[in-house]
Ligand binder design. Structure first.
Ligand code: 6PG
Length: 464
């Protein structure tokens, strides 16, 4: 019997998604290349290791795998993003038929997804770019899924993706058609950008509380007590992380302070710059990771410049408020970036639906995300919402205090600082940009608009 769905690539995510599909009762075929040095075929070994895969078909030859699938074939690629995805597509093409559907579930760059969509279209093969969030456990138990591509084609794979997805509070799948071509991967990319900031904010909060004299266990207790106001998956895992011991010490004290990355924060920052969207927190979180990597230089500079943060004088409640304030700005900026991309690329995006599928299964799921579903039904800009405006106003004095204290005591807090800095800029009626315009006109005759001329006309002055 032919299988209804194929999974290509049995890495961590591919394995989990295959098991998830099989557990939902789908007939699947799985493929993995033979790996040199392993005694047993990877795909066969995987099939034999899990009861739910009894009726699955396992392959290490591409032709056999493709031929085992019903047409139009639905093949989900779970391979490393980048060149490998192109190689795999080329390997598959000779065996595919017109109308077959390739689904890229990797963390692919949305620009590449747009290119692959067009390339495969020229060969009459359909392509769906799918963002999948949730890591290994999410993929197994229910990830958040962000598919982009042609809607009619998406409908042919929808039952599979929806049934393996996490469920929201109303038991609806955390999977929704995002929009045209690269939009699914774009939205996943911004998800990761928001994730970078949420992670960085928790790291900053930890450092602040540590510099107030708290131990990791005490910080964990404090974060735990914030759950009724600011619960999120990332807050929860940070509590677990801070409680983990290694011998007599906390494990966190033994982890080298150099943060890695796989590139999605970098892409988000590039996309924001290209689209003209001020996603300043994502850039700050990314650059904080890059700065962390200069470990040797940091060590040297801390001696040369005598930077040694002294005890912070803050109320814990202010730190909690500052954290919540910065999270609002993070979500505003991330969603704004998606909204700008929608306008630029002509994608028809529903931000409220995007927030809904981010309420479970994914890394940035949080109580705040649940709150944003109705807010985004009103407007893409969450900073226009009365309740949010009132909250921002109420939290503002705390972030002012926390950031000022960090600056005075020489403690770095890039995302907290940028959140208040951004809001101050965003809420400035008359900014200093008139000076920039005058400078541009002075040296480059770039012209400027005048406050006393509403026609929109551009003027030039002979400054000398
Ligand atoms: C997810 C994660 C996942 C991942 C990335 C980001 O949504 O499941 O975002 O995609 O953790 O690989 O990793 P880096 O921090 O290494 O860039």
């Amino acid at each position: 019997m032919k299988s209804e769905f194929g999974l290509f690539g049995l890495g961590v995510m591919g394995k989990s998604l295959s098991r998830n599909l099989a557990q939902k009762g789908f007939n699947i075929s799985v493929f993995n290349r033979e790996v040199k040095g392993t005694e047993e075929d990877v795909a066969i070994h995987f099939k034999n290791s899990h009861k739910e895969l009894d009726s699955a078909q396992a392959f290490s030859d591409i032709q056999g795998f493709v031929n085992s699938l019903q047409t139009p074939r639905r093949i989900m690629l779970m391979v490393n993003a980048g060149k490998i995805t192109d190689y795999v597509i080329e390997d598959l093409i000779p065996f595919l038929s017109e109308g077959d559907i390739l689904i890229d579930g990797g963390n692919s760059n949305y620009i590449k997804t747009k290119e692959r969509y067009d390339y495969l279209k020229s060969k009459n093969i359909h392509f769906i770019g799918v963002g999948v969030s949730g890591g290994e456990q999410g993929a197994l138990k229910g990830p958040s899924i962000m598919p982009g591509g042609n809607k009619e084609i998406y409908n042919l794979v929808k039952p599979y993706l929806e049934s393996i997805a996490a469920k929201d509070d109303n038991n609806l799948p955390c999977c929704t058609y995002i929009g045209e071509e690269g939009s699914g991967h774009f939205v996943k990319m911004v998800h990761n950008g928001i994730e970078y900031v949420e992670m960085q904010l928790l790291a900053e909060v930890f450092t602040i509380l540590k510099t107030m004299g708290k131990t990791p266990d005490e910080v964990a207790d404090i974060l735990e007590s914030w759950k009724p106001k600011a619960d999120s998956y990332l807050l929860g895992i940070t509590v677990d992380i801070l409680r983990k011991k290694d011998g007599n010490d906390w494990l966190i004290n033994k982890i080298v302070d150099k943060a890695g990355n796989k590139g999605t924060g970098n892409w988000t920052t590039i996309a924001a710059a290209q689209l003209g969207a001020p996603s300043t927190l994502i850039a700050s979180a990314l650059f904080a990771r890059y700065t962390s990597f200069y470990k040797d230089e940091r060590l040297q500079a801390s001696i040369n410049l005598n930077i040694n943060p002294s005890i912070l004088n803050l109320e814990i409640e202010d730190v909690c408020n500052a954290y919540q304030f910065a999270r609002i700005i993070n979500h505003y900026q991330g969603l704004k970036l998606i909204s700008e991309a929608g306008k630029s690329y002509g994608w028809h995006l529903n931000l409220s639906e995007i927030a809904r599928i981010w309420t479970n299964g994914c890394i940035i799921k949080s109580d705040f995300m649940v709150e944003l579903i109705p807010v985004l039904k009103e407007d893409d800009n969450i900073l226009k919402n009365k309740l949010i405006i009132n909250r921002v106003k109420a939290l503002k004095p705390s972030i002012n205090k926390v950031v000022s204290e960090c600056v005075l005591k020489e403690l770095t807090a890039p995302c907290l600082s940028e959140s208040v800095n951004f809001l101050n800029a965003y809420a400035t009626a008359n900014s200093s940009a008139n000076i920039i315009q005058a400078q541009r006109d002075y040296f480059g005759a770039h012209t400027y608009q005048r406050t006393d001329d509403n026609s929109g006309k551009f003027h030039h002055t002979n400054w000398n």
